[in-house]
Write a protein that binds this ligand. Sequence first.
Ligand code: 5AD
Ligand code: SF4
Length: 362
Amino acid sequence: MRKELSDKLDAEAPLTPADLRELLLLKEEADLQSLYEAAYRIKVKYVGKRVNLRGLIEFSNLCTKNCYYCGIRRDNTHVKRYRMTLEEILREARWADEIKLGSVVLQSGERSDAEFADFVESAVKGIKEISGGALGITLSCGEQNEETYRRWFNAGAHRYLLRIETSNPEFYRRLHPADHSYEQRKNCLALLKKAGFMTGSGVMIGVPGQTVDDLVSDLLFFRDQDLDMVGMGPYIVHDDTPLAKQFPDFAAHKEDQLVLALKMIAVTRLFLKDVNIASTTALQALREDGRETGLLAGGNVIMPNITETRYRDSYQLYRGKPGLKDAPENGMTALKKMIESIGETIAFGEWGDSPHFRNKSR
Ligand code: 5AD
Ligand code: SF4
């Protein structure tokens, strides 16, 4: 790494788009280590040596959309569709509360019918009720209208994740059918913030056709959107999708995909400093220690899957999703061990809001 650039990182000087680009293009092992270490220092300084957990409940894989990269897209007829009942969701949330996860994420495929809006609203209310308000609730249920977002917020959800997938509108159009709209997705982020949500977004990293300049523009997008949370992960092929054809030798590139994703996490930390950044399960799909590596590269949030084991097979956005057969308890034990092994502590029983949101609201 050029001395001027590493000095800039040490001094926490503002990074220009050219700097971001240069960091994303680093290749030498020693440079990558310096990059991760610099990002880790910033993480420790701004969010501490602590990992926040969110218990992930994948409550339905019904989806009305048809994104070209995703395994549960509407046209994939190989998927067994399911939706959990309210009781099943509450059972998992109760367990999350008992083991002091502090917060849960309700994630699903996208639907925009009235029944769905009602269902999510009652699930949010139910979780608040059974936990006596203790559990923080994040929603990740796609694009909705303003009223639905408001209702869900008023029911007690306070964070929302909606990935932009790519900040390049032209590239977005190549990854989605004609009736999926970049502008609408972006507008939803505005509606979420207006409704009061702590808002998270993110992109897929290493998608065929994506350039390093796209990633730089993604970083600028995160900043300009004033995001509180960033959730990003490597693109991973799912063979039942149209995009898979564009990456036929994916298996030979797993390590490259992992490294690119880690670099993006590190550069996001260096650039945005006080936001929550997820170390996503997709990292672990590429390498067993992917999630810990993500923490050491600047991530501070892990979303352990607490979905009942029997549904996990049917919620594969990409191939090779880890923990398909694990019981939630076993996954948690392994996770605790892993986090302790890298010298970090789990922030049990906390909502774990991003310092960025707190700093803003003052
Ligand atoms: N590889 C990696 N991430 C994917 N997602 C969907 N399909 C894939 C894939 N093949 C991500 C999208 C979506 C999130 C829920 O999962 O970014 O927003
Ligand atoms: Fe549906 Fe989300 Fe998959 Fe797109 S990425 S097909 S909206 S679940």
